[in-house]
Design a protein around this ligand. Sequence first.
Ligand code: HEC
Length: 190
Amino acid sequence: MSDLTVNKISAGLLCGGLLIMASIKTADILLPHEEIAENTYPIEVAEVAADASSASAEPVKAEPILAMLASADIAKGEKLAKKCTACHGFEEGGAAKVGPNLYNLINAPKGRDGGFAYSAALVERGGDWSYTELNGFLHKPKTWLSGTKMNFAGLKKPEDRANLIAWMRSLSANPAALPSAEAIAAEENS
Ligand code: HEC
């Protein structure tokens, strides 16, 4: 191969290379890529992690409310009860609806409405509806009583539960006593 041929080939390769680089640059200018502001397929790591932990961790306990009952806002509680009245009646002697009647419920036995078919979970739990038990149930019905028929997400705010329970307490000819100082202290230490 003569020197001239080698020169020609090298020049050809060089030109070819330059041409490719130039066209890449031109394409870059003509078709500017848009800034990708957000991952196109966001990966929801946090949510997956939260789900996994809620499946294994202990259910979150309802915050204490006994100390709040004496000064609770009964009118606000009555308003909150609108979340319940699609399923529950609160009037004396009222019939069961989707759920049982709730008149005079504080300290009454669980599952006492003869006109309602309770879940096995509720019947087996037994005992009376104390303020503390109502607080736990209304906080997260399905967590507190796994297998309950009550399809309700729960009331997250302690003040809401206190106001509603205080209103429910007033629905009685003879309202249950407010919690004692000992009961309040025991709840806060539990
Ligand atoms: C979607 C319907 C629905 C809503 C809304 C609902 N509940 Fe219920 N509730 C039920 C059903 C059904 C049961 C029966 C549960 C069982 O048998 O496990 C029940 C049971 C109860 C019980 C047990 C009563 C007993 O006789 O032992 C209480 C207390 C209660 N609900 C309170 C409430 C309150 C307070 C609200 C509103 C904040 C509410 N529920 C909202 C359907 C509902």
